[in-house]
Design a protein around this ligand. Structure first.
Ligand SMILES: Nc1nc2c(ncn2[C@@H]2O[C@H](COP(=O)(O)OP(=O)(O)OP(=O)(O)O)[C@@H](O)[C@H]2O)c(=O)[nH]1
Ligand SMILES: [Mg+2]
Length: 463
């Protein structure tokens, strides 16, 4: 990101590339008004007087050539999304038109915006803090209704407000400590030890609640990975197709039909479930392709949050099943066994399986007669443990915020220990300042340019 070139006026397509009814070209910077005014004309080819907070209709022209009939809005600095002069041009959603308008604006001295640069400018100009800027990105990336709600709440300031509440509590304490340091001979105890302790304990409790929100938020935002494993022909691909509700994977009665992993994501009760069908695992794999496929199956087991182990009820628990048991051994607490083909004669029962292993759960199922995949998905959902999660509360959205909040909590705990030990106010004050610095980093106050650059580079262009 061109962090040091804020004097540039930037332009980018804010809507996705490709054919669409409409597209929006976004411009921000000091030359936006003057330059766009010079290329914007009405039907009679007269320049249009662009007014603040007004929607205008007209034509973007390159000399005498009309490039497109457009609608344009102007938001004058500082009352705009970036805090600078912002113009949005709504064009027809044709790539040639969009490119010709952007090319024209670039020829007039604008620069193409870097990833996240509009949001970066909003942040730099105090329109939002870093947690709110990060919420913008989380919102765009949201895959389910629940993660949309979460990100939207953060964007409206739920996390930011909570952090500011914590910060104010800490600043109060810091102020008292500083005063007592500045006037050491005054015989006034501004804050008793008990009051200091109470204040710090309150901060720790608030911080802990916020930190706890991350696990649930991660599940809601990133979802969970579910690997379907089992020996060849157990019905893995059939289970995947049942879950998806359409025939995504090829199903045949030939053992070894699936040779590669097949990945699809569904939205189950607001959580993105990424379901991965894998190649059947055999005790002795035959050819090269099968070996490579099984290698991928093993990798899927390792990276999965939940394993659906499909066992064929119509077949004996054989060496192939035992090989799978070895692979999944360390993850049995995350393994749900699906005793499939239960419509056929049972050669193995739930009790037989329990003799071999102790998975999280065993479900009896049939891809032929059971048309209710909730039987499989509900136990998977239960493992996510998000029932009591309050999406309206302050929620940590990403690893950056999470790691900093852990550090913050440790720092406040150290401060509390110092207060309890009745250490000098100087030491307590020093540690309080350290905690405040960490909190400021979460909010993006006085952070280094390279940190900001890394954060905003994760955004898409035009945002
Ligand atoms: N009766 C019955 N047949 C099933 C059931 N599930 C799958 N099958 C059949 O079992 C055979 C194998 O199914 P697949 O879904 O291809 O099995 P797979 O585990 O993906 O097999 P590979 O990809 O070869 O490892 C097919 O003929 C399916 O129609 C079931 O619940 N009941
Ligand atoms: Mg298959």
């Amino acid at each position: 990101m061109n962090l040091f070139k804020q004097e540039d006026t930037i332009v980018a397509l804010a809507t996705p590339k490709g054919k669409s009814a409409l597209a929006i070209i976004r411009i921000s910077g000091k030359d936006a008004f003057k330059t766009v005014s010079s290329v914007f004309f009405d039907k009679q080819n007269n320049p249009v007087q662009i007014k603040n907070r007004t929607v205008h209709h007209g034509y973007i022209c390159d000399g005498t050539k009309q490039l497109d009939e457009v609608v344009l809005t102007y938001m004058q600095a500082p009352n705009s999304v970036t805090g600078e002069d912002v113009i949005e041009i709504t064009t027809h959603g044709n790539h040639i038109i969009i490119q010709s308008i952007i090319k024209l604006l670039l020829s007039k001295g604008f620069r193409t915006a870097d990833k996240g640069e509009f949001t970066y400018r909003a942040y730099i100009n105090g329109k939002m803090d870093l947690t709110e800027a990060e919420a913008v990105n989380a919102l765009i990336e949201s895959k389910t209704q629940k993660s949309v709600e979460l990100s939207l709440n953060s964007l409206k300031g739920s996390l930011s407000n909570k952090l500011k509440e914590i910060k104010n509590e800490l600043i109060d304490l810091f102020a008292y400590l500083e005063v007592s340091l500045d006037y050491p001979h005054e015989d006034i105890d501004f804050l008793s030890r008990r009051e200091k302790e109470e204040s710090l304990k309150k901060i720790i409790a608030l911080t802990q609640k916020t930190i706890k929100s991350y696990a649930a938020a991660q599940i809601l935002i990133d979802g969970i990975k579910i690997a379907i494993i089992g020996k060849p022909n157990a019905g893995k691909s059939s289970v995947l197709n049942s879950i998806l509700g359409y025939n995504r994977a090829i199903v045949t009665d030939i053992a070894g039909t699936t040779t590669d992993t097949i990945e699809e994501t569904i939205d189950y009760k607001g959580i993105p479930f990424t379901v991965i069908d894998t190649a059947g695992i055999r005790h002795h794999s035959a050819d090269m392709i099968e070996k490579l496929g099984q290698e991928r199956s093993k990798n899927s087991i390792e990276s999965a949050d939940i394993i659906l182990w499909i066992i064929d009820a119509n077949s004996n628990f054989d060496d192939n099943d035992k090989t799978i048991l070895e692979f999944a051994a360390s993850k049995l607490d995350k393994t749900i066994v699906v005793l499939n083909k239960s419509d056929l004669e049972h050669k193995i029962s739930q009790d037989d399986i329990k003799k071999f292993c102790n998975p999280k759960e065993i479900i009896t199922y049939s891809c032929v007669t059971d048309n209710n995949t909730d039987k499989i998905l509900e136990p998977v959902y239960a493992t996510c443990a998000i029932e009591n999660f309050d999406a309206d509360s302050a929620v940590i959205l990403n690893a950056r915020q999470y790691n900093l909040m852990l550090r913050f909590k440790e720092s406040v705990k150290t401060t509390l220990a110092l207060v309890i030990q009745a250490d000098s106010d100087e030491l307590v004050s020093f540690e309080t300042q350290n905690a405040l610095d960490i909190l400021n980093e979460v909010l993006g106050i006085e952070i280094k340019d390279d940190i900001a650059s890394t954060i905003f580079s994760k955004f898409c262009i035009g945002k």
